[in-house]
Design a protein around this ligand. Structure first.
Ligand SMILES: NC(=O)c1ccc[n+]([C@@H]2O[C@H](COP(=O)([O-])OP(=O)(O)OC[C@H]3O[C@@H](n4cnc5c(N)ncnc54)[C@H](O)[C@@H]3O)[C@@H](O)[C@H]2O)c1
Length: 262
């Protein structure tokens, strides 16, 4: 592949949370770029369905089922990379704790929010880095932040705190891993129309996509007056992993239809 996503063909990528939603779109995009993709997801059901569909298309994909907070399972997933694949040199950290609470959050709810988003992120990144050579792997990591990392939203204390921490994690890791030539960046999407968001808008707000996008409190907050499709997040992630982004590290790329611009 040439152009903005050059240097991805033949590489092995690990995608956490790759069974559904944005992660599945990232996996598909990386497959299309010629990568071999290892999906690490806690949902065996969704992971199996996604991986079977990609295998049927001829893509080189593999599923490891586990939680990002389970250190032994994370280690086993990296150890299970097929012999004929190179070790993963690309990592996309998407798994997160989806807990939306304010100050009423209990200690358990804080753990459910932050353990996957931050502790899991750290465990997966550590295992990934441990398998890399001292230098020269052209390795790259993309972490999933959100517009929620940059703004205040009522009732989102637990989620937004975790996503803001992803920005700090990304900067520190970029500094610490630069001597090995490993680039680390994050992306901050706005609302992405996936199954979860469709369910939430329908059940909690009584809105379908068209009505939600035309509502000033929802789609209307984006300069582009709409939500994103998962593929629109996958494309900039593929770019940040590629050698087209060889001088980009330690930063966050908003992929937000202009939400943070105003
Ligand atoms: N959907 C949006 O509007 C949006 C916007 C900004 C950022 N994000 C972020 O993008 C990422 C993906 O979100 P999505 O909406 O596509 O989610 P999703 O629910 O569609 O998919 C998340 C996947 O992650 C897996 N997962 C969750 N916790 C896990 C864990 N502890 N260990 C292993 N796997 C785990 C789930 O099984 C699922 O397959 C998240 O980090 C989310 O915070 C989403």
């Amino acid at each position: 592949m040439t152009g903005l996503t050059r240097g991805l063909a033949g590489r092995t990528a690990m995608v956490t949370g790759g069974a559904q939603g944005i992660g599945a779109a990232v996996a598909e995009r990386l497959c299309a770029e010629g990568c071999r993709v290892l999906i690490y997801d806690k949902s065996a059901e969704h992971g199996r369905a996604a991986v079977d569909a990609w295998l049927a298309k001829g893509h080189e994909v593999r599923l490891a089922v586990g939680d990002v907070t389970d250190q032994a399972a994370v280690k086993a997933a990296f150890a299970d990379v097929p012999d004929e694949w190179e070790r993963p040199t690309l990592l996309v950290n998407l798994a997160a704790g989806f807990v939306f609470k304010g100050l009423e959050a209990t200690a358990e709810e804080w753990h459910a929010a932050l353990d996957p988003t931050i502790v899991g992120l750290s465990l997966v990144t550590r295992e990934f880095v441990a398998g890399l050579p001292e230098r020269g792997a052209d390795a790259a990591i993309v972490n999933m932040a959100s517009i929620s990392a940059h703004i205040a939203q009522s009732g989102y204390l637990t989620y937004n705190t975790g996503k803001a921490a992803v920005l700090g994690f990304t900067r520190c890791m970029a500094q610490d891993l630069a001597p090995q030539g490993i680039r680390v960046n994050s992306v901050s999407p706005g609302t992405v129309w996936n199954a979860n968001n469709e369910r939430f808008h329908h059940e909690a707000l009584g809105l379908d996509r068209a009505t939600a996008e035309s509502d000033p409190e929802h789609g209307g907050k984006f300069l582009l007056k709409r939500f994103a499709d998962p593929e629109e997040i996958a494309a900039p992630i593929a770019f940040l992993l590629s050698s087209g982004a060889s001088f980009i590290t330690g930063t966050d790329l908003p992929v937000d239809g202009g939400y943070l611009a105003v």
